[in-house]
Design a protein around this ligand. Structure first.
Ligand SMILES: NC(=O)c1ccc[n+]([C@@H]2O[C@H](COP(=O)([O-])OP(=O)(O)OC[C@H]3O[C@@H](n4cnc5c(N)ncnc54)[C@H](O)[C@@H]3O)[C@@H](O)[C@H]2O)c1
Ligand SMILES: [Zn+2]
Length: 349
């Protein structure tokens, strides 16, 4: 059964696509549909889409196998997408459908929000990470000069359609990656969800029935975004783990062994958490230990200095406070950041 998740920002449907998407599309009357997928979602998810579109752009179609999609979340890819939209003669009454993880959603949304000053788009997330976090709330953008999400806009999607069926083909590593954002939501706003997570056995993710956990996790995100859509205050809390996490993600993206977004955020939460003992147990239970070479630190610090949350030259992190949905800012200096990475032996010579 498809449920409509209460949120003032934009419609969110959770359940089988066939129950919600075709009817919604009929009601809207768009002039045409332009699909954006990546090469995996094009192959694995597009056949199950209850809407056909002649025009499509596939991110990474010609890239070699194994390349992280994140390396394609860039302005050159946007240019290729805008070009395809242009060639398809999309008018301003067209609808862009983003079928994929956070990369397709962030970048496809950005392209739609800027093409001809903006056409409508919907998010159909296919990763756990995008279902619980990236597809919701209208933060769109791409990486620039190696810095995460450095160019982008806020623009709500016309709707978000979340069908957990897509998780069936998602690789285990990607499922675990998304789980980091579920953990984040639990830590910042839902103690009951946190208790549920703590009782989950490590090998259990693939067998998990995500419906209920997704609804709980999404509820934390929507509550925060509804309160603060443009990140003037409490929405910064959704960046918990991301000051250090984004730096790690960007740094490792250029190496032979990239981290996924969620893996980087999991380490980031561990480093940023005021009292990490309880969290460490869960993170180290689900996520593998990753050594970070000490020589990486100057580069990591430079990346932290680029973070969008910084103000007046201070690097700062938004961390959960004692009460659910409360936060405080913690300033970071290089020695402090180094020390936090040293915790749990993450740094090695
Ligand atoms: N906008 C936001 O609010 C927000 C929030 C959190 C994260 N993000 C962004 O999201 C991105 C990470 O998203 P992600 O983790 O979804 O990564 P992703 O989009 O790179 O997808 C991960 C991998 O899974 C594959 N894949 C996707 N769906 C699949 C499926 N159903 N079956 C098989 N394979 C599938 C993709 O092709 C890709 O290789 C980062 O760029 C991050 O910055 C944005
Ligand atoms: Zn994130």
């Amino acid at each position: 059964m498809t449920q409509r998740i209460p949120f003032s920002g934009h419609p969110i449907f959770l359940g089988p696509l066939a129950e919600s998407l075709p009817g919604w599309l009929d009601e809207q009357g768009y002039s045409s549909v332009f699909l954006i997928a990546d090469k995996n979602t094009n192959r694995l998810c597009r056949p199950a889409l209850p809407v056909q579109s002649a025009e499509a752009f596939v991110v990474g179609e010609t890239a070699h196998a194994g390349i992280p999609m994140e390396t394609l979340k860039t302005l050159p890819s946007c240019e290729a997408i805008w070009q395809a939209m242009f060639e398809a003669r999309l008018d301003r009454k067209a609808l862009v459908v983003n079928l994929g993880g956070g990369v397709v959603g962030d970048m496809g949304g950005f392209c739609a929000a800027t093409y001809k000053r903006g056409v409508d788009f919907i998010q159909i997330p296919t990763t756990l990470l995008a279902m619980t976090d990236a597809a919701i709330g209208g933060k769109l953008g791409v990486d620039f000069q190696g810095a995460k999400n450095a160019v982008g806009v806020f623009q709500y999607p016309a709707a978000v359609f979340i069908d957990p069926v897509f998780l069936k083909t998602l690789p285990a590593r990607e499922l675990r990656s998304g789980f980091a954002e579920v953990i984040k939501h639990a830590l910042i706003g839902d103690r009951a969800l946190w208790k549920k997570i703590q009782s989950m056995p490590a090998g259990s993710l693939a067998a998990t029935n995500w419906g209920g956990l997704l609804a709980d996790s999404i509820a934390v995100k929507t509550k925060i975004v509804a309160e603060d859509p443009r990140e003037a205050g409490i929405r910064a809390l959704l960046n918990f783990g991301h000051t250090i996490g984004h730096a790690l993600e960007s740094y490792f993206l250029k190496t032979a062994e990239p981290l996924t977004h969620g893996e980087a955020v999991a380490i980031g939460m561990l480093c940023e958490c005021p009292d990490a003992a309880e969290l460490a147990e869960t993170i180290l239970h689900f996520f593998p230990h990753r050594h970070i070479p000490e020589t990486a630190f100057p580069d990591l610090w430079k990346l932290m200095e680029q973070d969008k949350k910084n103000a007046s030259g201070t690097v700062r992190m938004a961390v959960p406070d004692a009460e659910p949905f409360s936060m405080r800012w913690v300033a970071l200096n290089p020695a402090e950041a180094f020390g936090r990475l040293q915790r749990y032996n993450l740094l090695s010579k």
